[in-house]
Design a protein around this ligand. Structure first.
Ligand code: ACO
Length: 388
């Protein structure tokens, strides 16, 4: 087996670089967002994330990403009206979610639901993606999740309301009562922070699918699948598991040391692009301090401090910092969500970024089709089955 990190691949007689995990490869041009990894800076359409978090609503940020500018009042009212109108799921989609076993993971239910929307609403989602489809599908994400959440606990789904914003409506559809501001506001800021993030793995997946002239539901179904893994959006539930296992501040050191000794990766730390602190982690830390209980925040903070010290000691030069997932766990738990709803709630936010990337991809499309390095034999002869 060649050293995959350094091997080169001959294609059409030319040697091509082949970095492991496509690290450092520029695979798309985008005006949407960028991660300045060395500076620890995240920009949406020219706005530093600090300019938007806690100031702009999720719908304003959606307009920014989809259309290119922060909306004026009329544009915002129009977008909010469209979100509201699209929160009601077709009966066939609800029936499909009802057919899932109660033990299905919400992330799997979401992936299935997004795919079902494409299969059921073919007149809408089976052609070239456009802005109205992006709004409609983004509005269906929280509705799908809330529907499954209620069905799995034996309760009937609650139709979405058009007079609430996305964060309020999501909590309303989940829990059946109008949420308090201390719950929906942090959730809204979380949604803003997670709405887009350069060419991450799930966004790349969505763009690859869109580049084949496929439809929006297919592109976002694939993106949900890519987000699910713990190396990407599946980490925050595991952060909560880790903090629950640690249990108390006294146990932090022993737990982390044991985890690292046994070769585990610490959930909520490290990032492919950030080589400084993830700015979203910094904002979420502040939110966690006010939103979660003092005991839980103290446990999280002590775990973070010790993890950073141990990682610096054991992985010198790797520049491992807290990533967005670490304090997402504390914030989402404080909002009232169970751990298995964390990854799909991340997807609710990212549905906007994914669809914005799909629209950008189709506007300047060229099929994304890289080369592979063939490392198998190529001159074998066929042996009939009875002679094998
Ligand atoms: N805990 C312990 N060691 C780590 C961690 C961690 N969280 N992250 C990286 N390392 C180590 C690796 O073992 C590796 O060490 P080595 O060079 O001695 O083998 C070195 O740091 C470099 O790590 P890579 O795996 O090469 O980093 P990569 O860019 O491939 O992976 C990733 C980044 C997947 C995020 C990784 O840091 C990780 O698994 N973190 C934990 C899971 C997590 O928090 N995921 C959420 C990511 S944020 C998001 O997607 C929204």
């Amino acid at each position: 087996m060649p050293d995959l990190a350094t091997a080169t691949t001959p294609a059409n007689g030319t040697e091509l670089p082949k970095p492991n995990g496509l690290e450092g490869v520029v695979a798309a041009s985008t005006e949407l967002s960028h991660v300045f990894g060395e500076e620890g800076k995240l920009v949406y359409r020219g706005y530093d994330i600090h300019e938007l978090a806690g100031k702009a609503s999720f719908e304003e940020v959606a307009h920014l990403l989809w259309v290119g500018n922060l909306p004026n009042r009329r544009e915002l009212a129009d977008l909010e009206e469209k979100f509201g109108r699209n929160r009601v799921l077709p009966d066939d989609v609800i029936a499909g979610l009802r057919a899932l076993p109660k033990h299905a993971k919400p992330m799997d239910a979401l992936r299935t639901g997004v795919s079902l929307v494409g299969a059921v609403e073919t007149e809408y989602f089976d052609d070239e993606p456009d802005l109205d489809e992006a709004i409609a599908l983004a509005a269906r994400f929280p509705a799908i999740l809330a529907t499954f959440f209620r069905l799995r606990q034996g309760e009937e789904p609650i139709p979405g309301r058009s007079d609430l914003n996305t964060a309020q409506n999501y909590l309303y559809q989940l829990f059946g009562k109008e949420p308090e501001e201390r719950h929906w506001k942090p959730l809204e800021t979380y949604l803003v922070l997670l709405a887009d993030h350069g060419l991450n793995a799930s966004t790349f997946t969505a763009r690859v699918i869109a580049s084949t002239d496929s439809d929006l539901s297919s592109a976002l179904t694939g993106a949900v699948g890519a987000l699910k893994g713990p190396a990407h959006g599946g980490a925050p539930a595991r952060v909560l598991d880790m903090l629950n296992e640690i249990g108390s501040a006294d146990n932090v050191d022993a737990w982390l040391t044991n985890a690292l000794d046994s070769g585990q990766k610490l959930m909520g730390f490290g990032h492919r692009v950030y080589k400084a602190e993830d700015p979203r982690a910094e904002i979420l830390r502040g939110m966690a301090e006010t939103a979660s209980t003092p005991e839980f925040f103290e446990l999280s903070k002590k775990t973070e401090d010790r993890a950073l010290a141990l990682l610096a000691e054991r992985k010198p030069g790797r520049r491992l910092y807290t990533n967005v997932e670490f304090y997402s766990a504390a914030v989402l738990a404080a909002v009232g969500l169970p751990g298995d709803m964390f990854p799909p709630t991340f997807a609710v936010a990212r549905s906007v970024g994914w669809s914005a990337h799909v629209l950008e991809q189709v506007a300047h499309n060229r099929l994304i089709r890289p080369q592979s390095e063939f490392i198998g034999p190529k001159d074998k002869t066929f042996t009939p089955i009875d002679e094998r």
